[in-house]
Ligand binder design. Sequence first.
Ligand SMILES: N[C@@H](CCC(=O)N[C@@H](CS)C(=O)NCC(=O)O)C(=O)O
Length: 207
Amino acid sequence: MSNNLILYNGPTSPFGRKVKIVSLVHEINLEEKIINVYGADFLDKDNPLRKIPTLLVDNLPIIDSDNICLYFDSITKKNTLFPKEKYWQIMSYTSVANGLMESILERFMEISRPDGEKSLNFINKLETRAFRSINWLENNLKNFNDNIFTMDKIAIACALEYTVFRFTDKWQENNKNLSIWLENFQKNDFMKSTIPDLTLTPKPKLS
Ligand SMILES: N[C@@H](CCC(=O)N[C@@H](CS)C(=O)NCC(=O)O)C(=O)O
């Protein structure tokens, strides 16, 4: 008998998009509940971090997008997105993509603060880290620009698109190869069907 899967997700989360894409690619049957995480007290008993995505497998919570992707990969009959020969590289590139998402998300939270509470130093640090990560991806493109379909590619594409949605597309001028790579990757149906609806952005809870 198969498990009952409930995925708590948000309308614009890049971490949630990554998980959603893996569920589509792996044809995982689940019930997705789009919630406003900033008011989701009910989530605390399963995930004390109160973050999305959170997956419930029957009563077992799986916390953090990477763990959820690995779980889906472990139950699918499709090809793995984490082939053994490239495992550590895939995990590390996925972590860079996650860090880029985090920088852009934190920057958005910081600029949403009222004047007087924002830290320009912190915003600068996050922007510098984001551009440094994108340049690094451009410089290391040959390591993930191959014909094997792996997890890092999904994470990198979600992170770059999120950067464009929430911050800037300026990086595309200086990172032409990465930009072309993204343009091609965006043609996948799973990218088109998961474009976030930014009009549904929940108002972040800043304290
Ligand atoms: N490391 C986590 C990060 C998830 C995350 O930061 N989710 C954000 C939405 S994009 C969230 O739930 N934020 C709620 C909050 O910080 O209060 C993962 O990979 O799942």
